[in-house]
Design a protein around this ligand. Structure first.
Ligand SMILES: C[S@@+](CC[C@H](N)C(=O)[O-])C[C@H]1O[C@@H](n2cnc3c(N)ncnc32)[C@H](O)[C@@H]1O
Length: 231
């Protein structure tokens, strides 16, 4: 096959065309390589940290495995609605949207953390996105994201302290569709031990099954934990 696969893809609406989607979906190696280009050495990528905060805040190996897992999952159940708590500059959301082209994305953030304004603005485009500004655990925000429920996929990556992570889970577990997924970022992060602590407590519950993605050789340790609601 000629390379690149199709020069016209994605230039108008940011989505992958069918050919590129097929190509990427078959090759985890290719996805991994693309993700490595997007982030810094600390995260397991190729870029040097330059202070612009325009890099991806994900471990490429974990994210590639996670995307592959979701692509497989999607053969049984389409991921239509996505709730992300902790949007930052929207980079992770934009990458996931390339693969899943969500019918609705709801993103929650206080926007208290430093990120790239340029990246933030660019990542607002080409998606069905509603942003809710504020504390994810506040009644106002919860009432607002409830309006778009049910969600097929929830990604929790906001405030990493125990009470907030627990509340984010408690507030989202009932707005997840039957068979839907709630994911936690940083289940293995030494800088955010409460996330792993809460996730490990949750693993004792019988209503869910669990799947983890963790790459241990990068300086920045993160880990993604997926909670699959059985009923
Ligand atoms: C680690 S960053 C998210 C990274 C993002 N998920 C990504 O992959 O690029 C955490 C984000 O959570 C936001 N945040 C912190 N506390 C929050 C809260 N209580 N409610 C909502 N967002 C919060 C921060 O402003 C920050 O943007």
């Amino acid at each position: 096959m000629a390379w690149p696969p199709d020069l016209n893809y994605g230039t108008r609406d940011g989505t992958l065309n069918e050919l590129s989607q097929k190509l990427l979906s078959k090759s985890k190696k290719l996805i991994l390589e693309i993700l490595r280009q997007q982030t810094t050495l600390e995260w397991g990528g190729y870029r040097l940290y330059d202070g612009t905060h325009t890099h991806l805040h994900q471990n490429p190996e974990e994210l590639a495995d996670f995307i592959f897992y979701l692509l497989k999952y999607q053969k049984k159940k389409k991921l239509k609605k996505f709730l992300i708590i902790g949007y930052l500059d929207g980079f992770t959301d934009a990458i996931l949207n390339k693969f899943f082209q969500f019918e609705e994305i709801v993103a929650v953030d206080t926007f208290q953390e430093a990120g790239s304004g340029l990246l933030f603005r660019a990542n607002l485009k080409f998606k069905n996105l509603t942003i809710i500004c504020g504390d994810s655990t506040s009644d106002r925000v919860v009432n607002n994201f409830n309006k778009f429920a049910p969600y097929d996929l929830v990604f929790i990556d906001g405030n990493h302290s125990y009470d907030f992570v627990k509340k984010d889970f408690e507030n989202t577990k009932n707005v997840v569709s039957k068979g839907g997924l709630i994911c936690f970022h940083d289940i293995k992060a030494p800088s955010a031990p409460d996330v792993g602590k809460f996730y490990n407590t949750l693993k004792k519950e019988k209503d869910y099954t669990f799947k983890e993605f963790y790459c241990d050789w990068t300086p920045m340790k993160t880990g993604i934990g997926v909670v699959h609601k059985k009923k």
